[in-house]
Design a protein around this ligand. Structure first.
Ligand code: AHR
Length: 683
């Protein structure tokens, strides 16, 4: 780093310039263009002064069914509307093949949970004109070379029709059949049929394909639960997409806040996430309208699938339980009316952690998982500050008391401030601009250390860039994360939101059936591939590079910029606008320092929001040595608007390089628009 300092001051001879460019990462070269007229900021780190312990569970994930997160996203199922309940009158997302007639039939239900089936009138079928139905999945069905797919469905037939049915993966234009199988022996009773579809050598993976079920024999039949699964992560049955799971695994998350968000509450009480109808065999799950985000969920991704997801990624569930309030201002008053919901919450906890000799622990075992799952945190509701009835205090108290009485070991999280109980944690949500994030990056420095209620920042994001945030978003996020990490004795848990977006159909509105309901999301995908936004990589860097103690750090001469905050107003607010708040000076550079007490490694994080390089003098005291050799992990965009996309998934990714010029007093030049983590070895 002293080499860089010498370069900036013009002291370095040409021979050492070459050495320097070989030793440091290419991303550091813009430092040579730094404006050297302002005083160099100084960051002092006192490594023998620990100000806080980093919560071991600080970095987690938040999730819900939004933006086609599960169905059309993480959940492996490739057939859209497999249970024909997405629309009351039409077999939505299904197409007729040949001259077949398709209709919804409530007189031939599979069971009470799925009281409608698809009636396929193939009476005109012939060898020359096969008749049937086809599904194009969630904006395509991915077909990859040399891959095994499992197709299944329930079927019954009329009038002695026995088949055969052909099940095939076919290109959308009908020109290519990638794999096919036959089903025989249909009867007048419902039966489940399963076939394997294996693709061969193909030039490439494609997504403009359909699952087609057809017959050349005239007949009438009924179908339910028409399903197609590709290989899944860890080969779980009813499991998840491997590419998206791998992106999550790379973040090393410690918990998963589930199942929402607004999805937990629904717009109405009947459309809440009613966990009891999301467990057991998928054929017995009725599904429900996710009216918070405007589309049908089969609930194939139910409570047990959330728990499997946690298990597969070695993270803990952070279980949000329904608290008697739904988004359309529907609420259950505390007292006897709320009691059945409280019991549902206790049952849900029992399903997750109860012994197998309890009712719901036994149900969990019957559902294939006798061992209890780890669980430490229960969240009561979601954003109950929006409940105008003022009942949250009473509802929270009733649920809190019931949980603490039965499970005193559990930490209970409130979603709005309450008076009558002291929650273990309060869930705070922040969706902000880059400037707001930066202006608030030091807020938790001022939080009273003696406060009994700790903080869970359960939803937050810098909302710049769509469908996924750009580099400006990542910079705002990183600034904010330095504040959370530095104050991790207070902020015990954090999770960005929303996590996922299907980017296949961005031009349609939610009402028109577009694939995105929330305009800035961490991870994007279509049917075939996925990518992490710059914000994803910022999260990943923070989550995987930190110590267990926070070190005292202070800075002088940090450059600032002037920011004029605006007042947020509701759309229909007709009152005179309040006076603009005063302009603020906001730092351009953010930092924190943590140390791993086992290895002695110090992680210095530096976030430079400027479009110019920024030299910083780093002075580290209180350790026997700062070794010359260490690592630099760097995320950098060409500009604030620079971003990743399906087409350029790896444009902005962290790069790790070895640096051989660290020391206890050095100058590091933060590249423009960058997040740097310096890993300093002290032993
Ligand atoms: O993350 C999107 C939504 O924002 C969540 O569902 C809700 O909790 C918040 O208002």
């Amino acid at each position: 780093m002293n080499l860089i300092k010498s370069l900036l001051s013009g002291e370095l001879p040409a021979r050492r310039l070459l050495v320097c460019t070989l030793l440091v990462s290419a991303a550091m070269i813009p430092a040579l263009r730094a404006d050297n007229t302002n005083p160099v900021p100084r960051l002092t780190i006192q490594a023998d002064q620990v100000t806080a312990h980093v919560s071991p569970t600080l970095y987690g994930l938040m999730t819900e069914e939004i933006n086609y997160s599960y169905e059309g996203g993480l959940y492996g199922e490739l057939v859209r509307n497999r249970s024909f309940r997405a629309d009351k009158s039409l077999p939505k997302f299904w197409d007729t093949v040949g001259g077949a007639g398709l209709s919804l039939d409530s007189s031939t239900p599979l069971n009470a949970a799925l009281p409608v089936s698809l009636k396929l009138d193939a009476t005109q079928a012939s060898a020359a004109a096969p008749a049937g139905l086809a599904n194009s999945g969630y904006w395509g069905i991915p077909v990859r070379p040399g891959t095994v797919y499992h197709a299944s469905f329930q079927a019954k037939a009329a009038g002695g029709f026995t088949g055969p049915l052909t099940v095939a993966l076919v290109s959308a234009n009908g020109n290519t059949t990638f794999a096919r199988a036959q089903v025989n022996n249909l009867t007048g009773e419902w039966q489940k049929f399963e076939v394997v579809l294996q693709t061969g050598n193909l030039p490439a993976a494609t997504k403009d394909n359909r699952l087609v079920i057809s017959t050349t024999v005239p007949g009438t039949l009924w179908l339910q639960q028409v399903s197609l699964f590709p290989p899944t992560y860890a080969n779980r049955a009813n499991g998840n997409r491997p590419d998206i799971m791998q992106l999550l695994a790379d973040m090393n998350p410690k918990f998963l806040r589930l199942p929402g968000g607004n999805y937990l509450e629904g717009n109405t009480i009947p459309t809440r996430f009613n966990w009891k109808t999301t467990i057991g065999t998928v054929d017995q799950r009725p599904g429900h309208l996710d009216d918070a985000w405007g589309y049908w969920s089969t609930d194939g991704f139910g409570l047990m699938e959330y728990l499997h997801w946690c298990e597969d990624l070695h993270m803990e569930p952070l279980l949000a339980v329904y608290a008697g309030y739904s988004l359309g201002q529907h609420f259950v008053p505390p007292g006897p009316d709320l009691a059945p919901y409280v019991q549902d919450d206790l049952d849900e906890i029992e399903y997750v952690i109860g012994d197998t000799n309890t009712t719901w622990g036994a149900q969990r075992a019957q559902d294939g998982h006798p061992a209890p799952f780890p669980l430490h945190y229960i969240e009561v509701g979601n954003e109950d500050g929006f409940d105008h009835s003022g009942t949250y205090d009473g509802r929270f108290a009733q649920i809190y008391d019931a949980i603490k009485a039965k499970y005193p070991q559990l930490q209970v999280i409130a979603t709005a401030k309450v008076q009558s109980r002291t929650p273990d944690l309060l869930d705070e949500h922040y969706y902000r601009s880059q400037e707001e994030m930066e202006a608030h990056a030091h807020d938790y420095d001022k939080y009273p250390r003696s406060a009994k209620t700790k903080i869970f920042v359960g939803e937050w994001a810098t909302r710049v860039g769509s469908p996924t945030p750009n580099m400006a978003g990542a910079l705002g996020d990183a600034a904010w994360m330095t504040g959370m990490e530095r104050n991790s004795d207070i902020v015990l848990l954090e999770s960005y939101a929303p996590l996922f977006v299907n980017v296949s159909d961005l031009h349609k509105t939610r009402a028109e059936g577009g694939s995105m309901q929330w305009a800035s999301d961490l991870i994007g995908y279509d049917a075939l591939t996925s990518y992490g936004s710059p914000s994803y990589y910022a999260q990943q860097m923070f989550s995987t590079h930190h110590g267990d103690t926070v070190l005292a750090a202070s800075a002088q001469a940090i450059p600032t910029y002037t920011w004029q905050p605006t007042v947020r107003r509701r759309k229909n607010d007709t009152t005179p606008p309040p006076a603009a708040p005063p302009a603020q000076q906001v730092p351009c550079l953010f930092y924190d320092a943590t140390r791993d007490s086992g290895t002695g490694t110090i992680f210095v994080k530096l976030v430079n929001r400027q479009v110019t390089a920024q030299p910083v003098q780093l002075v580290i005291s209180g350790v026997p040595a700062v070794k010359a050799e260490g690592n630099l992990v760097l995320l950098q965009g060409d500009s604030p608007a620079d971003t990743n996309s399906l087409e350029q998934p790896q444009k902005i990714v962290p790069k790790t390089s070895i640096v051989r010029d660290f020391g206890p007093d050095m100058t590091y030049v933060c590249p423009p628009c960058s997040i740097s983590i310096l890993e300093l070895q002290t032993k």
